[in-house]
Design a protein around this ligand. Structure first.
Ligand code: GDP
Length: 556
């Protein structure tokens, strides 16, 4: 057994796996697990391709993440997904990366966990953020902060996930860099601390000024376009004098602005970044491959490696402890031919080896991990071993649901993943009364998997529960799975509520008397008041301030 070899090193066909404490902490230390949070069209797919290109995972951008009209490898699993040309599945991309800032022998392992986020925005989008150690907030330079980015940012904030800001599409006309920074600090109270400042206005992206400790220009990285951005953009690195000679007033402007930022305290501070108070900023063009290396280097240099976690009782499980992992997402029916279920787990501690028998904390039952895979797009490959921070998909793991714990040796159970505030509600009924039993079974199954939240109350009765979800597409997932797996046709009827608030038994009667409000019990026992709109909510809160109406957010 070796101390230094990673998961992809092979010896005589089998993998040498590190299990010593020293080896394990080194494996954890070189890993970075992150997600990109963004609004649709900000450039997440393009950036994913560009990152993978830099990591030499693939040779040409455009080959990984398919969308209509592109070279396609979309992980489509349902007909509706194909019809719409979007990807329902969340996946994890792993690649090795060597930062030019680190010693030659240091190879980092980067895990990029995909956040589903178009019209398939769902609870899964949020749950992914429980599996990462950092987030890249990707912003369109012309559009600034957009709604979906804000929602995801709030989850990061609640969970204490440090955020690196990337301002994308700098090759296109947009706002000024200072306007964009102002928007970030004013709207979300996050202090932007640029590491790289653009040389050239939006639409005339020449390169990046690398900022030093107190805002002085450390160097200038000048980019050259490649055909269609399909190759890594050549970089020319020079000092301030050479930069001035080359770019003239564009350089002067950038240098002045960089000093201005220091005067207002917008310099990087590692502690404040890790505390979620500041965010390092990089300007980039994912399409042209400008600034992409800088994003990777920043992840390696500044983003935290995987750390241990506290269990339910507050006891820490260190990365060097025996194997443990948290399931953060379950996906069913990805492959229609096999109709399998994949449970994605994030490894918290120890080493994972395929075939290992682990214990499922929630049932106490043993679970064999013979079929362990990494999944990215359509590509699946068998995992032989994995380390803290890595994401592994387990095939046909029927008993596993988001938030569940798997472990070996020392028993551990991690706190459950919080459920997130639903914004879409729909009544669910079996099309034919004769199939009530199957219907009930299907509802329970999909509920326990966390596909939707199931709400009930006495007035509506058991035969027509209410589904609550973060995104409306989950309802179609429910209908499709009920038909495919339980042979039940389900009818759905939208319910005219837009918000959910946590309430209690003492407030229930009074709330049910209000117009536009209805109280339900969620399957975990929590009482939820559904409210028609925010004006109604504000009105009730003002008129009846003693009623309990607490916002449901991701618990820290
Ligand atoms: P996603 O919805 O966030 O995954 O966004 P995509 O990666 O699909 O990008 C949306 C659109 O923006 C596509 O037409 C991309 O080609 C374009 N795009 C992405 N990044 C850039 C960029 O850096 N510059 C320019 N000009 N266009 C970009």
């Amino acid at each position: 057994q070796s101390d230094t070899e990673g998961p992809d090193s092979t010896e005589g066909g089998s993998v040498a796996v590190t299990t010593t404490t020293k080896g394990l902490s080194a494996e954890a230390e070189r890993r970075r697990t992150f997600a990109v949070i963004s609004h649709p069209d900000a450039g997440k797919s393009t950036l994913t391709e560009a990152l993978a290109l830099h990591a030499k995972k693939i040779s040409e951008a455009g080959a990984v993440h398919g969308k209509a009209g592109r070279k396609s490898t979309v992980s489509d699993w349902m007909e509706m997904e194909k019809a719409r040309g979007i990807s329902v599945s969340s996946t994890a991309l792993q690649f090795n990366y060597h930062s030019s800032e680190t010693p030659d022998e240091q190879i980092n392992v980067i895990n990029l966990v995909d956040t589903p986020g178009h019209s398939d925005f769902s609870e899964d989008t949020y749950r992914v953020l429980t599996a990462v150690d950092a987030a890249v907030m990707l912003i369109d330079a012309a559009k600034g902060l957009e709604p979906q980015t804000l929602k995801l940012f709030q989850v990061c904030r609640h969970r204490g996930i440090p955020v690196i800001t990337v301002i994308n599409k700098w090759d296109r006309p947009g706002q000024t860099p200072l306007e964009l920074l102002d928007e970030i600090s004013e709207r979300i109270g996050l202090t932007p601390t640029p590491l790289y400042w653009p040389v050239g206005i939006a639409g005339d992206f020449r390169g990046l000024l690398r900022r030093g400790e107190d805002g002085e220009a450390r160097e200038y990285v000048r980019f050259t376009r490649t055909a269609g951005g399909a190759k890594i953009a050549p970089e020319e690195v020079m000092d301030a004098d050479a930069a001035l000679a080359k770019e003239g007033s564009e350089w002067e402007t950038a240098a002045e602005e960089s000093e201005l930022l220091s005067a207002t305290g917008q310099d990087h501070d590692q502690e404040m970044f890790l505390a979620g108070q500041t965010s390092p900023v990089i300007f980039a063009s994912a399409m042209l491959n400008f600034g992409v290396r800088q994003i990777l280097d920043t992840l390696v240099e500044l983003a935290p490696p995987p750390r241990g976690r506290e269990d339910l009782s507050g006891k820490p499980r260190e990365v060097t402890d025996p194997f443990s992992a948290v399931v953060f997402k379950v996906q069913a029916g990805m492959d229609t031919a096999h109709r399998d279920r994949l449970a994605f787990m994030r490894i918290v501690s120890g080493v994972f080896e395929r075939g290992m028998v682990v214990t499922h904390a929630q049932t106490g039952k043993p679970f064999t991990t013979k079929y362990a895979q990494t999944v990215f797009g359509r590509e699946r490959s068998t995992v032989e071993s994995a380390f803290p921070g890595d994401v592994v998909g387990l095939v046909n793991a029927t008993a596993l649901a988001p938030g569940h714990t798997l472990y070996t040796e020392k028993k551990v159970e991690f706190p459950p993943i919080p459920s997130f505030a639903p914004e879409h509600f729909s009544i669910l009924r079996a099309e034919s009364a004769g199939k009530y039993k199957q219907f009930r079974r299907a509802v329970d199954q999909l509920d326990s998997e966390g596909v939707v939240q199931i709400l009930r109350n006495d007035i509506r009765g058991d035969a027509s529960p209410v589904m609550a979800a973060v995104g409306p597409m989950q309802f179609e997932v429910v209908a499709a799975r009920m038909k495919a797996e339980f042979n039940v046709e389900a009818k759905m009827e939208p319910l005219g509520y837009a918000l959910a608030r946590r309430t209690d038994a003492a407030s229930e009667v009074e709330l049910n008397r209000q117009r536009g409000v209805e109280v339900f019990t969620r399957s975990d026992g929590v009482l939820l008041a559904l409210v028609s709109d925010k004006w109604r909510l504000q009105y009730i809160q003002k008129e009846l301030p003693d009623l309990t109406l607490e916002p449901l957010v991701a618990a820290a």
